[in-house]
Design a protein around this ligand. Structure first.
Ligand code: PRP
Length: 185
């Protein structure tokens, strides 16, 4: 039994559940891309998805590239020209490649919506979204992930890459942060 961090209310996904999720998603991705004949590029969205991406991608036994992006997205609306600031960009061209964006969580959906358009505009053959967690209640744009680990309620979650003020990313599980931790700030 793992020790619960004192700031965590309860665990939403423990290490075993996370392992089952990454195994399931990796199997589906492998089946979907094994005969594509195109380059497969996983684009890991920093920082939150680092642990999810490393666990997931190691279970996909296909030739692939791993790239990183760090972005901030701003503004409402569904326009493809919405603001997206790229802090870390790809080191390779994705023209004609099959791209899978790897995220820890989808909230409003803006980040993945804008990133999908950006990489499609760069000539990717396909752009799909894979997320560990999804908060459908929070969606502000009509974005649906192609691969979803787990739908969760609209709670503040931390751990396994997810942070609150850069803390808690190294917890081995995903848990709900106690309200008292952020209510006073
Ligand atoms: C989080 C998360 C997604 C995005 C989801 O990143 O990792 O990238 O927000 O939100 P959205 O669906 O409303 O666009 P964050 O900006 O917190 O950065 P981090 O991953 O470095 O913590």
């Amino acid at each position: 039994m793992q020790q619960l961090h004192p700031d965590v209310e309860r665990i939403l996904a423990d290490e075993k559940q996370i392992d089952e999720i990454t195994t399931r998603l990796a199997k589906t991705i492998t089946k979907d891309y094994q005969n594509s004949g195109r380059d497969l590029v996983f684009v890991v969205i920093l920082k939150g998805s680092i642990f999810f991406a490393t666990d997931l991608i190691r279970k996909v036994p296909l030739d692939c590239n791993i790239e990183f992006m760090k972005v901030s997205s701003y503004g409402a609306g569904t326009t493809t020209s919405g603001f997206i600031q790229v802090h870390v960009d790809l080191k390779r061209d994705v023209k004609d490649a099959d791209v899978i964006l790897v995220e820890d969580i989808i909230d409003s959906g803006r980040t993945l919506e804008k990133l999908s358009h950006l990489l499609a505009n760069r000539g990717a053959h396909s752009v799909k979204c894979c997320t560990l967690l999804d908060k459908p209640e929070r969606r502000q744009v009509p974005l649906k992930a192609d691969y979803t680990g787990m739908e969760i309620p609209d709670e503040f979650v931390v751990g396994y890459g997810l942070d609150y003020n850069e803390r808690y990313r190294n917890l081995p599980y995903v848990g709900i942060l106690k309200r008292s931790v952020y209510a006073s700030e």
